[in-house]
Design a protein around this ligand. Structure first.
Ligand SMILES: C[S@@+](CC[C@H](N)C(=O)[O-])C[C@H]1O[C@@H](n2cnc3c(N)ncnc32)[C@H](O)[C@@H]1O
Ligand code: SF4
Length: 380
């Protein structure tokens, strides 16, 4: 029987404190909430995995929220449930997201023992003033401590998230943070431009006019300098926000951008399997009740039509630095991309946003600043 590869995303919706900018599905856990959630999640794993017995799991990402908030015992039980219920490839990429202040040596050793081989820290900045504004509970010294500790216990694949466009951030303070990430010699760096999301403290401050944000022009400069600096230091950009040393691109994240199959488990998680997109309910109490009553937690099932798949191929493809694989497009859809989209291509080439070579169509540096515009042009 044919086996299909599958990535697993497992959501842990708890944080020690809610950051001022974040609208991810996470909250500060109340007494007993964590153990109830884990019990429910494991029930979901057992139940849902029955439909995926022919799939071969080749990447796992435990994200959040803050998965590193789980105790050694809790994470061990969760990972055992995944191993007991899915066919998991040996040596797969297995990531956990972590907050620098919820990690200790015992947790790191446990992660390695149970097969987690990649750790992604939400550092955001190396400036204590900026971390304070962001509402982070860690400080710069905690980042150094956990990165060095991770390497000492044997992690060979460490990633850091940084943010640009933080209130009060300057070009100098941003470049200083980038430089410190590079000095720590991590394998992978994600740099996210701050998005002011509704229902966050930042949104409230923004509306009140008390959020002092860098100008759009400064942000653009930061992004360009960031790309130059990371390239000079042998971090290769492989997606709009992602940079890695050679061979350390995130295999799991690449699945999202390459239209491959992944299954989300846990509160509010998203999936794409066999040309269908669907998601889990995002209300904590609904999720618990539905699993308890043996009912489906899935909502918003979307059967992807040919044009949806084409749109995704283009939009995810263009977000990667390499760009859209023209031969791959032809093989997948039996269409000549250059002919089908000739008007959109002409317009964006004239604007200096894209370039085409024999094999790929890709964003220029200028195009990366306006990627949303380009994506919209190609969307049908
Ligand atoms: C879901 S968090 C998980 C990491 C972990 N919870 C932490 O923050 O330490 C993943 C990343 O999303 C980014 N992020 C969250 N909210 C954002 C926003 N409003 N704008 C830009 N990036 C954001 C942060 O860089 C964060 O590290
Ligand atoms: S950024 Fe990370 S730690 Fe902060 S609230 Fe969001 S998920 Fe939690």
């Amino acid at each position: 029987m044919m086996t299909n590869n599958l990535g697993l995303y497992v959501h842990i919706p708890f944080c020690e404190r809610k950051c001022n900018y974040c609208d991810f599905n996470s909250s500060v856990s109340k007494e007993g909430q964590r153990s109830k959630y884990l019990k429910t999640l494991i029930e979901e794993i057992k139940r849902v995995s029955l439909s995926y017995k022919n799939n071969n799991v080749d990447s796992i990402f435990i994200g959040g929220g803050t998965p590193s908030i789980l105790s050694v015992n809790e994470i061990t039980v969760l990972v055992s449930a995944l191993k007991d219920n899915f066919s998991i490839e040996n040596n797969l990429e297995f990531t956990i997201e972590a907050n620098p202040n919820s990690i200790d040596e015992e947790k790191l050793k446990t992660y390695l023992n149970i097969g987690i081989n990649r750790i992604s820290f939400g550092a955001q900045s190396f400036q204590d003033k900026e971390l304070e504004i962001l509402g982070r509970i860690h400080r710069a010294k905690d980042i150094y401590k956990v990165i060095n500790l991770s390497k000492k216990v044997g992690f060979k694949n460490v990633s850091l998230d940084l943010m640009e466009g933080i209130p009060l951030q300057t070009m100098d303070s941003f470049m200083d943070s980038l430089n410190k990430a590079v000095e720590l010699d991590v394998n992978h760096i994600s740099v996210y431009g701050l998005i002011i999301e509704e229902d966050t403290i930042f949104y409230k401050w923004y509306k009140e006019g008390t959020l002092s944000l860098p100008s759009e022009e400064t942000e653009r400069k930061m992004y360009r300098e960031c790309k130059r600096f990371l390239k000079d230091n042998e971090y290769f950009q492989y997606e709009i926000s992602n940079f890695s040393k050679k061979g350390f691109e995130s295999k799991h994240n690449l699945k999202y951008w390459e239209g491959k199959d992944y299954l989300g488990l846990g509160l509010g998680s998203h999936s794409k399997v066999n040309n269908k997109r669907f998601e889990n309910v995002s209300s904590y109490s609904d999720y618990l009740d539905l699993i308890k009553n043996n009912k489906s937690t899935i909502i918003n099932i979307e059967n992807l039509k040919e044009q949806d798949l084409i749109n995704e191929y283009i939009i995810f493809g263009i977000r990667k630095t390499k760009g859209i694989n023209l031969l791959g497009f032809k093989k997948t859809f039996n269409l000549d991309f250059l002919k089908e989209y000739s008007q959109e291509i002409d317009k964006n080439v004239k604007n200096g946003y894209i370039k085409v070579n024999d094999d790929y169509l890709f964003l220029t540096d200028l195009g990366m600043d306006f990627s949303n515009k380009v994506e919209l042009d190609f969307y049908r």
